[in-house]
Design a protein around this ligand. Structure first.
Ligand code: NAD
Length: 554
């Protein structure tokens, strides 16, 4: 079968640019996937479509879809085309949502094996994945925040230990280097190491721990940045480092620890022997993965006791370890609460844009515009300068920038004008990660220890999706966790296309402002000061409940 890549250039295959944009986004997800043959994009099992017939049917439908129709997709399978209107989303989807009590990994695997459901990751089935570049600024901002909080603002001469060089974890070595640290990434699959080197995200590789440590030590003593991929198993390497008395400054892990069956490779297994055990002895494989994770997390806790900054980078590793007997696993901080919550409280999050023409120059023109128009936005300007020089494109040229309320629409409207005036080679799609202010309920990642205790309430992502449909977005998705994430999360995704028309001015402004507006209100409702400030400063329409209470009292 020919490898799928995203179409480039100005020729339309669909009846309009909005449909063509969504088709290219879907193709782009597969172009950037970890295992295209299985439609697996990232996060061990996150798929772009239910199966190949579903994929082909989606492609064919998008080619024929009218501007006043809506395609409905259930867990990666196209279900029907409905007559709606030109302001309605072109695509709505619900992926992997199980009813509360039944949302377990066992039920998920059973339904998956029957071909009834898929885990869509966050951005895979929602056709928003853009490769490791999609999380790289987030990972970089975590490192920067640690630098400010613990190391006088600078990671020069500091050693980061992590694991996992998959679709998302592959961002870690480059993010670590951009933060000026020496970063060691343990990865059990050699082809993943090679892929990150080929993509320009990783510098060196070795299968010798001694060699890796000597490179890291040299970089640390010269205060030089360096990224090293070490072929090995994190469950072996972390305890071995402790045994040798090697102490990193920062420790985390981004293996697919959330999934014991398809994700984390236990100690003593290769990816190939794990694949065989998955068929022959799935229960044994899961138990072995649980025990290995527990050993790795015990080592992480010991690094913490010895003075390292240790955090969970969003892969449920603490929950898994806790189930396998590590009762103090939650002594390890979650990255969102520890480092990013003040940003999310202002709805500043991982916004992204994709040049549908395939022309990298479009992204460079937008970079220049941002540096001019948002020069007082330190987070974004700093990032765009770095990204422009060091972050290689993967698939369709794209960029990520942590913009907040009103700034997202300001950028998108300016870009839409550039499309209209022909400054850019083609339309641009705007999207964001599901890990965004209004869009995710995940009590062990995004919403852990919320100020008001609202961690487990999934109303917010559902409201977010409904509001985005009402706000004329082009694609709206509701996801819940699959595989090891079953029962752990609900999230919403949105995509809006800047095709240069006046109609898309309206779509972009309405959908983007309402998306972040709800994000600010979600945190304001939970009592975060930054959000309350944002509500006042940016005049977000919040219902003043105290006013109603006093009227009632009268
Ligand atoms: P992936 O499945 O593409 O890659 C996981 C990698 O871990 C693979 O390369 C695998 O070989 C390696 N691995 C597995 N077991 C290992 C072990 N014992 N030792 C060393 N390497 C091992 O997954 P991904 O897309 O990179 O995502 C990784 C995790 O991060 C997932 O749990 C995902 O849900 C989570 N995630 C977090 C964020 C965030 O915002 N922080 C974003 C996206 C994904």
């Amino acid at each position: 079968m020919t490898r799928i890549t995203a179409e480039r250039g100005g020729k339309l295959r669909c009846k309009g640019w909005r449909q063509e944009a969504l088709l290219r986004m879907l193709e782009n997800v597969l172009e950037n996937s970890e295992n295209q043959k299985e439609l697996i994009v990232y996060a061990s099992l996150g798929k772009a479509a239910r199966n190949w017939p579903s994929y082909r049917a989606i492609v064919d439908t998008l080619k024929h879809l009218e501007e006043d129709e809506t395609l409905v997709i259930q867990s990666g399978k196209p279900i029907g085309i409905f007559k709606t209107h030109r302001q309605a989303p072109l695509v709505v989807m619900a992926n992997c949502n199980l009813v509360g009590r039944w949302a377990t990994s066992e039920n998920f695997y059973e339904l998956q094996d029957k071909g009834l459901i898929i885990w869509g990751g966050l951005t895979a089935a929602a056709w928003q994945y853009i490769g490791s570049q999609g999380v790289i600024q987030g990972t970089y901002e975590i490192f920067q925040s640690i630098a400010r909080l613990h190391f006088g603002g600078d990671l020069r001469g500091r050693f980061i230990l992590t694991a996992g060089l998959g679709g998302m974890g592959g961002a870690q070595p480059l993010a670590g280097r951009l933060a000026n640290a020496a970063i060691l990434c343990v990865e059990v699959a050699e082809e993943r190491i090679d892929k990150r080197i080929a993509a320009g995200y990783l510098q060196r590789k070795t299968d010798s721990l001694d060699e890796a440590l000597s490179w890291i030590a040299e970089a640390v003593s010269n205060r030089k940045s360096l990224s090293v991929g070490l072929l090995g198993n994190a469950a072996d390497i972390y305890p071995e480092l402790l045994r040798r008395g090697v102490q990193p400054d920062i420790v985390t892990d981004q293996t697919s620890a959330h999934d014991l069956l398809y994700g984390y490779i236990p100690s003593g297994f290769s990816p190939a022997s794990a694949a065989a055990a998955r068929r022959l002895n799935p229960a044994g494989l899961q138990a072995a993965a649980g025990v290995s994770i527990a050993n790795e997390v015990r080592a992480m806790l010991e690094f913490k006791k010895r003075g390292a900054v240790v955090f969970d980078n969003g892969n449920n590793i603490r929950s898994q370890a806790a189930q396998y007997g590590v009762l103090d696993a939650f002594e390890i901080d979650i990255f969102t609460e520890a480092f990013l919550r003040p940003l999310f409280a202002r709805a500043i999050g991982p916004f992204r844009w994709i040049a549908l023409s395939g022309d990298p120059q479009d992204i460079r023109i937008i970079d220049d515009f941002i540096l001019q128009e948002f020069s007082d936005n330190e987070i974004v300007s700093n990032w765009i300068i770095l990204a422009n020089s060091y972050v290689p494109f993967e698939g369709l040229p794209a960029r990520i920038g942590w913009f907040g309320h009103k700034d997202r629409s300001k950028l998108a409207l300016a870009v839409n004008s550039m499309v209209r005036e022909g400054t850019l080679a083609g339309p641009v799609a705007f999207s964001r990660d599901h890990l965004d202010a209004a869009a995710m309920a995940h009590p062990n990642i995004m919403t852990e220890r919320m100020k008001d205790g609202s961690d487990t309430i999934a109303d917010w992502p559902l409201l977010n999706a409904m509001l985005n449909c009402s706000s004329m977005a082009d694609l709206v998705a509701i996801h819940s966790g699959g595989g090891g994430y079953a029962g752990y999360m609900t999230s919403a995704g949105v995509t809006i296309v800047a095709d240069g028309t006046r109609e898309s001015d309206l779509r972009l402004r309405t959908a983007l402002d309402n998306d972040t507006g709800l994000g600010v209100l979600r945190y304001a409702d939970a009592g975060y000061e930054e959000s309350l400030e944002e509500v006042r400063d940016k005049s977000i329409a919040r219902v003043d409940i105290s006013l109603h209470e006093s009227i009632h009292a009268d």
